[in-house]
Write a protein that binds this ligand. Structure first.
Ligand SMILES: Cc1cc2nc3c(=O)[nH]c(=O)nc-3n(C[C@H](O)[C@H](O)[C@H](O)COP(=O)(O)OP(=O)(O)OC[C@H]3O[C@@H](n4cnc5c(N)ncnc54)[C@H](O)[C@@H]3O)c2cc1C
Length: 413
């Protein structure tokens, strides 16, 4: 990797998967790496937490890998961390009931759309799945693609509630390239690292430490200028608005949206049909997805408990960012009962609320023209963050790819 022979002293800001991957590849290449992270553990948006009753930690926000996530799968193999793959069920809550929707057959059986709308939806999805060229999709929105190919009914009944739930006021602005990436690359079979994403992040941290990297936790960086004279290279992995604050540089504004996840440890299974992922297509419900982690990964790793995420993507000024887990439980309870009528508050042993103000970049038309470059106007300072992942939708796999890319660049320049 790289052409540079001299041993460099390199600082990495942030121990999410971009920072971890960059630290691993650079220390493996023989350089002196120091990582500064404001939290107490590695993992960033994929970080986990652990209840004393559980054998494994759990992600604060639901996480899994797809079969096509080769960068991170290969890295897991390289560092000897095992990963299991299974095919869980994905369903949709629509018209007051749960309907499986995760394969061509289930789409054809999806009685909430007319047969014509189902067939047009299948054609539109095939046009994304089997087309390897993403560039033409940059020029129009997902909304216009869906309405033109899949039809108005498919947009209104199936897609619009999900786009509004995920992107709020930006729902109509999302690029068709974003939709293409999700349909083209994602698989119904999902992967999960042994012990969860926090365990995997710690394995990667340890692999970098074994090559000499040093990690400093509870160490927020507030001024990059102070670090630049101490290091040959500095790589920052924070979202651009945070990078602007600590570097003094300015960039054209790119929007993002936050996430709020309520996690419930339950005494009983919630989605008794076995669904792992339930998209909520009814925007009168105050959440976008109900994800029963233990319908994907066995409850035995969590003391036999059933773990449920009640998830939302929201602008960071939304009231849910200010509510406690208890307030969220009270707000969601009547709606959760509609989905699983036997469910009562007495099923909940414990609840947690996790909030990420910058969780998902807003990918608009012609996004390739808007992405900030990895190099910055300050020499030896690099930016590698979630907003530069494109055309793929952000994910830990692409964080690893980006970490490797910025490591290579840093050694070339
Ligand atoms: C709700 C949700 C669901 C997701 N689902 C999936 C999924 O199923 N599969 C998947 O692969 N990916 C998923 N992702 C995406 C994935 O988590 C991210 O793409 C990935 O973790 C981004 O890594 P990163 O290192 O680029 O950024 P981050 O994870 O944001 O890392 C940045 C790091 O910088 C630290 N930091 C911030 N400020 C400072 C400072 N001033 N000084 C020092 N450190 C600082 C942060 O604490 C953090 O650790 C999901 C994300 C969310 C929010």
């Amino acid at each position: 990797m790289g052409t540079q022979k001299k041993q460099l002293k390199i600082c990495i800001i942030g121990a999410g998967f971009t920072g971890l991957a960059a630290a691993y590849y650079l220390s493996k290449a023989g350089h002196l790496v120091e990582v500064f992270e404001k939290e107490s553990q590695p993992g960033g948006l994929a970080i986990g937490f652990q209840d004393p009753n559980w054998e494994w930690p759990l992600e604060q926000h639901y996480h899994h890998w797809f079969e096509s996530d080769w960068a991170i799968r290969n890295l897991a193999t390289e560092i000897g961390h095992s990963v299991t793959f299974t095919r869980p069920v994905t369903s949709t809550w629509i018209n007051g009931r749960i309907s499986q929707l995760d394969s061509p057959i289930s789409l054809l059986k999806f009685s909430h759309l007319s047969m014509e709308a189902r067939l047009r939806t299948a054609v539109g999805l095939a046009g994304l799945r089997f087309n390897p060229f993403w560039q033409p999709f940059e020029y129009f929105t997902a909304k216009s693609y869906i309405r033109a190919i899949m039809g108005e009914a498919s947009w209104k009944d199936l897609w619009e509630p999900l786009f509004v739930g995920k992107f709020d006021k930006y729902a109509g602005d999302i690029s068709a390239a974003w939709l293409w990436a999700r349909i083209y690359k994602r698989s119904p079979t999902l992967g999960y690292p042994e012990g969860g994403f926090l365990s995997f992040a710690k394995s990667l941290e340890l692999a970098a430490i074994n090559y000499g990297a040093k990690f400093y936790y509870h160490h927020p960086v507030s001024h990059i200028n102070e670090l630049l004279p101490q290091f040959d290279k500095v790589i920052c992995t924070l979202p651009t608005p945070l990078f602007e604050k600590i570097s003094g540089l300015t960039y054209p504004k790119l929007e993002g949206i936050g996430a709020v996840n309520l996690v419930l440890a339950l005494k009983h299974q919630f989605l008794t049909d076995g669904s792992y992922w339930l998209n909520i297509n009814d925007r009168k419900m105050p959440f976008l997805a109900v994800v029963e982690h233990t319908n994907f990964i066995e409850p035995k790793h969590y003391g036999g408990e059933h773990l449920l995420y009640v998830g939302n993507y929201l602008p960071s000024n939304h009231e849910f960012f200010r509510l406690s887990e208890n307030d969220l439980v009270q707000k969601f309870l009547p709606y959760l009962k509609m989905i699983s009528p036997k469910f009562t508050q007495s099923w909940i042993r414990k609840s947690w609320a996790f909030k990420a103000p910058f969780a998902q970049p807003i990918i608009t038309k012609n996004y390739s023209q808007l992405i900030p470059p990895l190099s910055t106007s300050i020499s030896n300072l690099y930016l590698a963050n979630i907003q530069q992942v494109y055309p793929w939708d952000r994910g830990t796999n692409y964080a690893v790819e980006l970490g490797r890319q910025v490591a290579d660049l840093c050694l070339k320049k």
